[in-house]
Design a protein around this ligand. Sequence first.
Ligand code: 5AD
Ligand code: SF4
Length: 473
Amino acid sequence: MERNQIIISPEKIREQYVYMDKVRALLGERMQKVHYAYVETFGCQQNEADSERIMGMLENMGYTPTQDAALSDIIIVNTCAVREHAELRALSITGQFKHLKEKKKSLIIGVCGCMVSQEHRKEDIKNKYPYINFLFGTSMNWKLPEILYNSMIKQKRQYHLDCGDIGNIAEDLPIRRESGFKAWVSVMYGCNNFCTYCVVPYVRGRERSRDPERILDEIRELAKDGYREITLLGQNVNSYGKDLEIDYDFADLLEDICKIDGDFIVRFMTSHPKDASRKLIDTMARSPKIAKAFHLPLQSGSDRILKEMNRHYDRETYLSLVGYMRERMPDIAITTDIIVGFPGETEEDFEQTLDMLETVGYDNIYSFIYSKRRGTKASLMEDQIPEEIKKERFARMIEKQSAISSGKNSVYLGSVQKVLVEGRSKTDPDKLTGRNEKNRLVHFVGDDSLIGKFANVRITEAETFSLSGELEK
Ligand code: 5AD
Ligand code: SF4
C-alpha cells in the first residue's frame, strides 16, 4: 500500500471542516442556545486519545462538552473489544441511553471504536438498538462531521465501518484535550502481530506510522503550551518507522523529541518484547526527559504458551532484555500485562508465570482473565480453561504480585520523589495525588495551585499500590 493512500489527503480533511461548518449552521438555526455533547470512553489510552479528537470535532461544530449524559444533545460511545467484559459494559450503557432518548427525541446517539468494527457487533446494534443514529469504525473517526451532518439532514441511520484491514492516518483535526498538563500523542496506529488471543489487528488495521515531523510539531506545540507529561501511544511502538520511506525508528523519534525545549517528561506504550531494541534502551538511558519506566507485556511465563500465543519470544530472550534494561538503568520500573487462563494453560504453565513475577520483580502488573474473542485463532483452540480455574489462578497471581509491589514500594521510604501533581485524591480529598517518574501514585497534603506542576514529596508511608508523603518546601 502506498503511503499517500494511507494518509487522508488535505482536501478530504478540508471537506470535513466544511461539514463542521454545516453542522454548526444547523445547530444555529435551532431555538436552543447551548447544545451539549457527551463522550463515553471504554478501553485503552488510544481510545481516550481518539475521544479527545471526537470531542474536538464536536466542539468545533458548536457543541459544548458536558460530563452529564442526561443533559446532552449528542452522545458518542467509544467502545473497546479487547475483552468481552468491556463489550458488555458498552452495550449495557448504550442500552441505558435509550431512556434519555425517550425523554428527548432530538438526542443523537453514535457508537464508534473497536467493538463496532466487528461485523457481528455491527449487526447486533443495527438490529437490537434501533435508536442509535450512527456507527463508525476506528478508521472512520475523521469522518464524524460528514456522518453527523448526513444523519441530521437525512434522518436515516448511518453505518461507516469500512475499516478494511489497511487503516489510515488523519492529520490536522481539532482536538480537545482532557488535561492541560498531560497529553497523549499517537505515533502509530494498528498492529501486525496477530497474537492468537487478540482482536486488535482485526479492528484497528495494519501498522502505520505518522510522519515524524507531524509528531514533533505536535509535541513542540504541547511543550510551548506548558504540558508536563507526554505519552506516546501505539499498539507496538517499537515497530514505529518500519513503514516510513526513510530510515528512522522509534529510538530516533525519542531522541528528536528529547531535543525539544521544555520542562516535560516522555512516556511511551506499548512495547512488544520481540521488537524492543538495545538502541531504544540506550536512548532511554542517556535521556533525562524519558521516564525510567518500561511497560513490557509478558502475557505468559511459559514458553509453550508463548508459542501458542504467537508472541515470538521466550523466557530467556525476555529476561535478557530485562537484564539489559537494568544494566543500563538500575532503578528502572518495569510493568507488564499477563493473561491468565489462555487455552491449554496447565497448572505448570501458570506456575511458570508466577515464577516470572518473582524473577523479573515487576513494579506492577496488569493481569487479565483470558477472554475468548470471535475471529481469533485462540477462540478455536480446544481446551478452553473453565471459569473457576481462571478465577482461582487470577486471585493467586494478584496475591503474589501484591507482596512484590509492596516490597518495591517500601524502598521509597524516606526518599524525596519528584511528582507531577494530577489533582485531589479520590479516596482522601484532603490530599493531592500525583505520580513520580516511575508512575507510582503519591498522596500528600497540598493546595490546588500545585495541580499540573511538579512537586517534591518526601515519602513517609508505603502501601501496596501507592505512597504517601509530605511536601518538601
Ligand atoms: N483476553 C484477555 N486479555 C487480553 N488482552 C488482549 N486480548 C485479550 C484477551 N482476549 C490483554 C493483553 C494485552 C492487554 C492490552 O490486554 O494482556 O497486552
Ligand atoms: Fe494485540 Fe499482540 Fe497486537 Fe498487542 S501486539 S495489540 S496483544 S495482537
